[in-house]
Design a binder for this molecule. Structure first.
Ligand code: BGC
Length: 360
């Protein structure tokens, strides 16, 4: 196992970013920058041992700083949308930055995705670890409480990339941390992912309004949202089903089977498997989170920011599996059909998601 690091350029604040390269004994390589804690690339072998980058990204740090889309980024304090960019908690009203129409998306303006995190590295015989920490002071981006967040990326010799998210805050604060990697198991910018097979252990999904704010919890049974039997992502993609068409594809929170039992520090369960029948690449996802935002990259079409190698952005050429609690749950406090989503003073936030790669 090895970790290398090199300076990766300077952001507009004058701070220098570092690019870390984690390599396992089989040559699997993961590049992560301390800017936004962003996964820049993941090179994994196909069934013939050929390494390909299966994680979408840009060529330069400056693209990561200017672009939207959150490619590979750590997202916080609150992943996805908070309706109306404001919320009430314990009798106080908080105003956030509205960066998605009138709503707050992925934590606001700078959020956790556009700042430099503190870093530390370590290796042993079987693991390479990059630990990132970020201190977010009370009131940053409008959120309450001094919040300390630690994210640990670990690559092992079994092909697993684990992401552990830990946090503590001195006031009650909504918190929903995730990573926004865009996967294409056939390779970065290699075309639509419609033929890639997905299994999701999800019993229900959140139907959204036109701004993708969740409005109802619905069972997946008998709908295009049913991935409880593995099926190609494209199989039901174009079906005339209102909740799907409203979002222009999959961009929904899927609630895992028995999600109410999932909790911070809980046992990791296998919740998703994706595979590419052509290359044989497979990705298993284990997590103790209750939900995942399955996003089929419906907005991936910004002509100003070509993907690595100068390839144009193209919708549905990747899928994201952003493990999390339910979006906008801060507006459903006390509603048993929603997750809680608030970290209180004295509590420990401790969730882990593992993406494990292999080929068959
Ligand atoms: C959201 C999308 C959004 C994308 C990029 C996803 O998590 O669900 O609606 O466009 O992130 O910001």
């Amino acid at each position: 196992m090895n970790i290398y690091s090199r300076p990766w350029g300077t952001i507009s604040s004058g701070e220098t970013a570092t690019l870390f390269t984690l390599v396992n004994d089989n040559g699997m390589t993961v590049e992560i920058t301390d800017f936004g804690g962003t996964i820049v690339s993941i090179k994994t072998a196909d069934r013939n041992g050929k390494l390909t980058d299966i994680c979408l990204g840009y060529d330069s740090l400056s693209d990561y700083e200017k672009a939207d889309g959150y490619l590979g980024a750590l997202v916080g304090r609150v992943a996805n949308r908070i309706a109306g960019a404001s919320f009430e908690l314990e009798g106080k009203t908080y105003s956030l930055y509205a960066n998605d129409g009138g709503n707050c998306l992925h934590g606001g303006k700078k959020s956790f995705s556009y700042v430099i995190w503190k870093s530390e590295t370590a290796t042993d015989n079987d693991k390479a670890t990059l630990t990132l920490t970020y201190f977010s002071p009370d009131g940053e981006e409008g959120f309450p409480g001094n919040l300390t967040t630690k994210v640990t990326y670990t690559l092992d010799n079994g092909g697993a990339l684990a992401i552990r998210y830990e946090a503590e805050c001195d006031k009650a604060c909504p918190l929903n941390l995730t990573n926004h990697a865009y996967f294409n198991l056939a390779g970065n910018a290699s075309g639509p992912v419609f033929g890639q097979i997905l299994w999701l252990d999800a019993e229900s999904y959140l139907a959204g309004d036109k701004d993708l704010i969740p409005v109802a919890v619905k069972p997946v049974d008998g709908t295009p949202f049913d991935f409880t039997e593995p099926k190609p992502i494209g199989k039901d993609f174009f079906v005339d089903f209102a909740d799907l068409r409203m979002a222009g594809g999959y961009d929904h929170c899927f609630n895992f089977t028995g999600w109410k039992k999932c909790k911070s520090g809980g046992t990791l369960l296998l919740r998703a498997v994706a595979c590419d029948p052509i290359s044989g690449r497979k990705m298993e996802m284990y997590t103790n989170q209750p939900c995942v935002q399955f996003y089929s990259a419906n907005f991936l079409k910004n002509p100003c920011f070509p993907l690595r190698g100068g390839k144009p952005q193209q919708t549905q050429t990747a899928f994201c599996l952003e493990t999390q609690t339910m979006p906008d749950s801060i507006h459903h406090q006390g509603d048993e059909s929603f997750t809680d989503g608030v970290l209180r003073a004295g509590e420990k936030y401790d969730y882990t998601t593992v993406y494990k790669f292999s080929a068959e």
